[in-house]
Design a protein around this ligand. Structure first.
Ligand SMILES: Cc1cc2nc3c(=O)[nH]c(=O)nc-3n(C[C@H](O)[C@H](O)[C@H](O)COP(=O)(O)OP(=O)(O)OC[C@H]3O[C@@H](n4cnc5c(N)ncnc54)[C@H](O)[C@@H]3O)c2cc1C
Length: 471
């Protein structure tokens, strides 16, 4: 029986990155994958959604190109081709991951892995064969799957998950999305671009409940302009199908009132559940809380030598977080200093305009007992935003008042998801106001607005008019 220093279950962004890091640190490493390498992120998540968002953006841009003096005679789209382009991009990246595992000497087992006592692992292959091996360390990185809701009608064929929606182009022109989180608003952005009638139903008081309130309010307005109706403080009680017309009827309670929404498809986007079924043998008990595996600061589970990371454990479910946790877990196993901080997590939403946040919001900073100093720059005064006609949005920075150290950043503007990196770097390294404004930022760029946002915290921004003096 083959023995490994590390056996990883799941080759998503958590598992495959951890496996490569382990191999680089000299561990004899194997990874088991029952689906495709790259996991949810590459095959059913981050990448395919961003491909669809990109195609939708190109379509919108071309449709609206007359405002730049450019004409396009006939603008159209072919959803089948858009999905083919998605598949091509995913395939190319998947091949890259597979080849990286190989080049780093990581053994890849194809099949469903199960953890037995004493870190024995069995892998059931697709052909019915079973391979067994043992490991000094086991890393559980089996990820998550779309969460289901228990309401009448949830099992109808027209009621789909994000997996279904990414597998093939959906039929129809009306979509009700249950769940106004990141996945819900990104799909809304895609299909609204092609003229679909979209409604989002969110149980909480705001869309993107985990984000800054100002961002949520702005997003709701922007979505409305695109024809997307958001029902917050609302929940779908029942879905039924009109057999004659074939349409779905979503019965909801919205702010205490009953309401019916009609749709061709209903997307359930209410979160994701950890993939625990079949992961461990019946006599292997692993501590879990509310369906997620409990770990300590070193990602150790309740079982000796067994670690868990990514979507399986409590916390945010993000690809880059899963990867960072994988790296940190492996470094802890090897006793080498951590190369990555798993606590400062940038979080991005790929709507138009994009949204990106890192560190504390003003509210969170105040709640933590700090006095704050905030700066904000509205993008309509940024040259690059104006010339590309993407002047909606803002950059908001939160500093600690006494030390002037940057605590957090909330961006809602073009390229926010790229710009957030600079601000994460600043927070991670404890940079303060002076350090942030000292650096010369190129012109014209979106990110020169960071200087203005910072300076506005002290009323020093050049491109913000000073308050009018009283006569
Ligand atoms: C529609 C959508 C869009 C998203 N967009 C973003 C985004 O833009 N940015 C972002 O950061 N995050 C995004 N996410 C979240 C991101 O995809 C996940 O947080 C990330 O993939 C989690 O990584 P993971 O390695 O923990 O698990 P996963 O990526 O789920 O990988 C786990 C792997 O383990 C395999 N597996 C499970 N059980 C077994 C077993 N018993 N044996 C063998 N293999 C097994 C699975 O097949 C899977 O390949 C998105 C998710 C969705 C659904």
């Amino acid at each position: 029986m083959e023995h490994y220093d590390l056996f990883v279950i799941g080759a998503g962004p958590g598992g495959y990155v951890a496996a490569i890091r382990a191999a680089k640190l000299g561990m004899k490493t194997a990874v088991a994958e029952r689906g495709q390498v790259g996991g949810t992120c590459l095959n059913r998540g981050c990448i395919p959604t961003k491909v669809l968002l990109h195609a939708a953006q190109v379509y919108r841009d071309v449709k609206e190109c007359a405002r730049f003096g450019v004409t396009a005679a006939a603008v159209g789209y072919d959803m089948k081709s858009v999905y083919e382009y998605k598949e091509e991009s995913v395939k190319q990246l998947r091949e890259g991951v597979r080849s990286l595992l190989e080049q780093n000497g990581v053994t890849l087992y194809r099949g469903s892995a199960c953890l037995h006592k004493d870190r024995r692992i069995s892998i059931a292959g697709e052909e019915g064969e079973t391979v067994c091996c043992t490991a000094s360390h086991v890393l559980l990185a089996a990820g998550s799957a779309p969460a289901k809701i228990r309401i009448p009608g949830a099992g109808l064929a027209e009621v789909v998950s994000s997996d279904d929606l990414l597998r093939e182009p959906p039929e129809g022109t009306r979509l009700v999305i249950i769940g106004g989180g990141v996945i819900g608003v990104e799909f809304a952005t895609v299909f609204a671009s092609y003229g679909w009638e979209i409604s989002i139903v969110e149980a909480e008081a705001q869309l993107l409940p985990a984000m800054d309130r100002e961002i949520s309010q702005n997003l709701k307005m922007i979505l409305k302009k695109r024809g997307i109706t958001s029902y917050t403080d609302s929940s779908v009680e029942e879905i039924s199908k009109d057999e004659e017309s074939g349409e779905c009827i979503c019965r909801l309670t919205s702010k205490g009132k009953a309401l019916d929404l009609y749709a061709d498809r209903v997307l359930i986007a209410v979160g994701r559940s950890a993939c625990l079924t079949g992961l461990t043998d019946e006599d292997v008990e692993i501590a879990a809380d509310r369906g997620r595996i409990v770990v300590d600061d070193h990602f150790k589970t309740s079982l000796d030598g067994v670690y868990a990371i990514g979507d399986m454990i409590p916390g945010m479910q993000l690809a880059h977080l899963a990867s960072a946790q994988g790296i940190a877990a492996v470094e802890d196993m090897c006793g080498v200093p951590r190369s990555v901080d798993v606590n400062l997590v940038p979080s991005c939403v790929y709507t138009d305009p994009e949204i990106a946040c890192v560190g504390l919001t003003e509210e969170e900073a105040k709640k933590s007992g700090r006095e704050v100093m905030c700066g904000k720059f509205v993008m309509s005064a940024n040259g690059k935003s104006l010339l590309t006609k993407q002047e909606r949005g803002f950059i908001k920075l939160v500093f600690e008042k006494d030390t002037e150290i940057l605590l957090g950043a909330q961006l809602m503007c073009a390229r926010a998801t790229d710009m957030i990196g600079e601000l994460a770097l600043a927070i991670e390294n404890g940079l303060d106001y002076a350090a942030l404004v000292k650096v010369m930022r190129a012109h014209p760029t979106f990110y020169e607005a960071v200087t203005e946002a910072a300076e506005s915290a002290k009323g020093e921004a050049i491109h913000i008019a000073p308050p009018r003096k009283r006569r």
